[in-house]
Each structure stands twice: as structure tokens, then as C-alpha cells.
Design a protein around this ligand. Structure first.
Ligand code: SF4
Length: 208
């Protein structure tokens, strides 16, 4: 696929599934993204709401004990591990960064449980800094459709950053996640409802 085809399709996906954020508080985005690991969005939403209703600030979370968080975040699963991480992260942000989430990839990656996907989500959604967050949807769809040929999300991030214009780096995550949940699903993608069959590598392979 040519670079201009990739940009055209990526732009269309962002138009079809626009990004809408209710808040851009970097701390809440960071903690919600930790809660979202290995669970569904609905569970993350319940756990985040429970948690922030009781502990709305970094200061309050830094003082909490993991056990106090268990019931609140249980809906998101892996709640013991997540509770430990959330409190450790809150303490580090309070003590090392004066209560403000750092707006730098390298610093975010030093926080416990924070990988490139989470860090890039925080950079874009919290600070509007262009960053490509590659989760399973972005990795799968990018390879399936033919944007990239890669083995790992890190490689996908690297390759996408070479072809996508910077203004699509941030929005592509949320848009591709929605596209991946509704149309280009992990199993049985709904190709008959997809406007990108003409350029799609996977679709062409089905027709051979
Ligand atoms: Fe996904 Fe099918 Fe669309 Fe290709 S044609 S992007 S496989 S839904």
C-alpha cells in the first residue's frame, strides 16, 4: 500500500470514529489507563468512577493503602496488582514530580506498570502531545489492512510514525479501537460493512 493510501484510510477511520474526551486531566487518564489493562471499557469506567469519587486527587491516593482500593477497583480485575501500582505511581508523582504527571515519554516509562502504550495515551489525551499508542487493535488492524508488516506493537508504532502525518498520531488510537470493536473485529471482521475493502490486504487475500 502506498503512503498516500495509508494516510487516506487512516484519516477516514479518524473521521468515522472521532475522538471525544470528557476530561484531559493527565493524572486521571494515567490511572484509568492502568485500570483498563486487560479488561473491557465498561469495567474500566465503573472502577475509575468508584475510585475517583472516593480519591479524587493524587494526594488522597498517595495516602491510601492498597486494601482500601480493592472493592472500588475490583470490577477492572487484577485489582490487587493494580491497587499496588496506582498507589506507588501516586506516591512517585507526588514526591518526585510535585504532584504533576510528567509530560515526557522517558519519565512516564519509569513509572511502575507504565509501558509505551499507556505513556503515549497519557501524552496525547492528557497533554495533546502527538504520540501513537499501539494496543492490540491498532497492531492487528495496521497489519491486517496492510499499513505495516510488523511483529510487535513497538515496531508498529515505529513504522506508523514514518507514514502517518503527526496530526493523526494521537487520534488514531481511539478511532482504531472503535473501528476494531465494531467492524474490523479480532475474529470475523465485518468486511461487508467496511469501506476499505478495495485497499485492504486481508480482504484481497480472501478473494484469491
Ligand atoms: Fe478489516 Fe475487513 Fe475492513 Fe480489511 S476489509 S479493514 S479486514 S473489516
Amino acid at each position: 500500500m502506498t503512503k498516500s493510501q495509508i494516510v487516506f484510510i487512516a484519516r477516514k477511520i479518524v473521521e468515522m470514529f472521532p475522538n471525544r474526551f470528557e476530561n484531559r486531566d493527565p493524572f486521571k487518564i494515567l490511572i484509568s489507563t492502568i485500570l483498563s489493562q486487560r479488561t473491557k471499557d465498561e469495567n474500566t469506567a465503573v472502577a475509575s468512577e468508584n475510585l475517583f469519587r472516593r480519591y479524587p486527587t493524587v494526594e488522597s491516593l498517595a495516602k491510601a493503602s492498597p486494601q482500601e482500593l480493592y472493592d472500588l477497583i475490583k470490577p477492572s480485575g487484577m485489582y490487587r496488582q493494580k491497587a499496588e501500582r496506582i498507589i506507588k505511581i501516586s506516591k512517585i508523582i507526588l514526591e518526585k514530580y510535585n504532584g504533576k504527571v510528567p509530560a515526557k515519554l522517558d519519565e512516564l516509562l519509569k513509572l511502575p506498570g507504565v509501558g509505551r502504550k499507556t505513556a503515549n495515551i497519557v501524552l496525547y489525551q492528557g497533554f495533546l502531545i502527538p504520540a501513537i499508542a499501539v494496543d492490540t487493535h491498532v497492531h492487528r488492524i495496521s497489519n491486517r489492512i496492510g499499513f505495516v508488516i510488523t511483529k510487535t506493537p513497538e515496531q508498529t508504532e515505529q513504522e506508523l510514525s514514518k507514514v502517518l502525518p503527526v496530526e493523526l498520531w494521537g487520534p488514531i488510537n481511539v478511532s482504531m479501537v472503535e473501528f476494531g470493536k465494531l467492524i474490523c473485529r479480532p475474529r470475523n471482521p465485518k468486511c461487508e460493512e467496511c469501506p476499505f475493502t478495495k485497499g485492504c490486504k486481508y480482504y484481497k487475500s480472501l478473494k484469491k
